[in-house]
Structures are given as C-alpha cells and as structure tokens.
Design a binder for this molecule. Structure first.
Ligand SMILES: [Zn+2]
Length: 267
C-alpha cells in the first residue's frame, strides 16, 4: 500500500508538470510535437501529437479528463483531426465521449475487433478471473474514481468513424500516420507510428510488456510476436510512448526489455 501511495504521489507530480513537458519531440523530426497528460485511476497516458507547421493534431488514448491538453489545443490554435485509440480497455477510452462532443469533426479511429470487444469488456465482472474481479470490486468500494471508471457505459462512445487496419496510413498535416496491428494485450490492439515516434498502447512499455492474461487478450506468445514485430519494423532510434509509464526507445528495449528482447533467450 505504501508503495502504491508513493507511486501515485510521483505520478501526480508528473501530472502537474505535464502541460509544459515536451515528451519525445524527436530530434530527427523537430516539426512534430508530442505532449502528454496522465489521467484516470489507472494512470493512463493520453498524448497530443501535432504538426508544428500546419497545426493539425491527433489525440491518442483519451483515458479520462485531459484538461491540460485541451488548454494547449486552445492556446496553440490546433485543429484536432483524429482521436486514435490503441485499444478499447476502459482506461484508454473513458474520456472519449467528452472529447468527441468537443471536437465533433475529429475522426475516432479504432480497430473493428476492439470496438466489437467493448460489449465484452463491459461485462468484466463475469469474464475476469474471480479473484481479480473481487480485488477490483474491493478497490471500487474504497476509490470513487475507480468505481466510476469500472462502471463506464461503453455505449456512450458512439460509433467509430474509421476502423483501422494493419498497414493503413493516413495524413496528419505533413505527417503520415501508420497503423501496426499488435494483438496480444487485447485482440484488436494497434500501435500508431509517425516520424520516428511510436504510440505503443499497452503492448510495449519501458522495460516490460503489457498483460497478456486478460480476457480476449491473446496470450503471451501472441504478444511477444507483436513486440518482436515492432523491434523488426522500426528503427532503433524510434521513441516509444506507451499507454502507461515513461517513454523509451526501440533500440534500448531490444536489448534491455526484461520480458522480450530481440534475440530469443536460449533454452
Ligand atoms: Zn489495456
């Protein structure tokens, strides 16, 4: 418990610093700006990406209120074109209804598989392992924010505008965004890459990988294959912005990740 409180404390400090914190403005691509905020009881990273020249912007994984990012969008005169969802677990989509209402012309992009899974995610009490469901319910009793998150009505998300598919590309100002299907943490998880940057959702984190044991996840082997695919497809200097925790780089994770290195461990 003490460790949890410490972690929460550190993260809230980071949250306070988030509005002015430039995360991963890739040296190789100074025309791109990435800012982030940490939101919701699961401390999910929401990202704002924009083309500095054209002011075209995308929001990635709106997991809760993103007031700091909304202020930046306003102050800098950005046009939000896309709301990109890596996967539809509640902590990555809870803030979307409010943001869709505020930017009605922005296109919500998610994979079809993931959107269809929301009906299943809504039944977490039935589909999760009983001991984990009990743990979450105990947490909800003690934490109103967690209770609100876990009671989220997925129907409020509405219909997506774009069902993204592996290899699909679309323009954002002068940038090109590319979709990389990355199943394993959830069946329809995708990552988004552009200009030396990867938004990796809950697939690849700093020094570890996402959970593979949640309902409809896909399993460890599937997730490992997805992570190796990222290692193989992306240049080493690619900056990785994950769904939780600090950013990292592909080249570092290839050798330093505690769960999946590029080379398979010898058995
Ligand atoms: Zn997730």
């Amino acid at each position: 418990m003490r460790a949890f409180l410490l972690l929460a404390c550190l993260l809230s400090l980071e949250l306070a610093a988030a509005p002015d914190k430039l995360v991963g403005a890739a040296a190789a691509a100074p025309a791109v700006v990435v800012l982030h905020d940490i939101t919701g009881p699961m401390k999910t990273n929401a990202y704002l990406l924009y083309d500095r020249a054209t002011r075209d912007a995308a929001l990635i994984d709106v997991g809760g209120p993103i007031d700091a990012l909304l202020a930046v969008i306003e102050q800098r005169g950005l046009q939000v074109r896309y709301l990109l969802t890596t996967h539809a677990h509640v902590d990555h989509v809870q803030g979307l209804p409010a943001v869709r209402a505020r930017f009605p012309r922005a296109q919500w992009c998610v994979s079809r598989l993931e959107f269809e899974a929301t009906a299943f995610y809504a039944q977490w009490e039935q589909v999760m392992a009983p001991e984990e469901a009990a743990r979450i319910k105990a947490g909800m009793a003690a934490d109103a924010a967690l209770a609100e998150t876990m009671s989220f009505d997925f129907a409020r998300l509405g219909q997506p505008d774009v069902f993204v598919e592996d290899g699909q590309t679309f323009p954002l100002g002068g940038l090109t965004l590319r979709v990389i299907a990355s199943p394993g943490h959830s069946g329809g998880s995708v990552c988004y890459s552009t200009a030396g940057i990867l938004f990796s959702g809950d697939v690849l984190f700093h020094r570890r990988i996402g959970r593979w044991d949640l309902p409809k996840a896909g399993g460890r082997a599937v997730l490992e294959t997805s992570v190796r695919r990222l290692y193989q497809q992306l240049p080493d200097e690619t900056i990785v912005h994950p769904g939780h925790g600090p950013s990292t780089e592909i080249g570092i994770e290839k050798t330093q990740n505690q769960q999946v290195k590029l080379a398979r461990a010898k058995t």
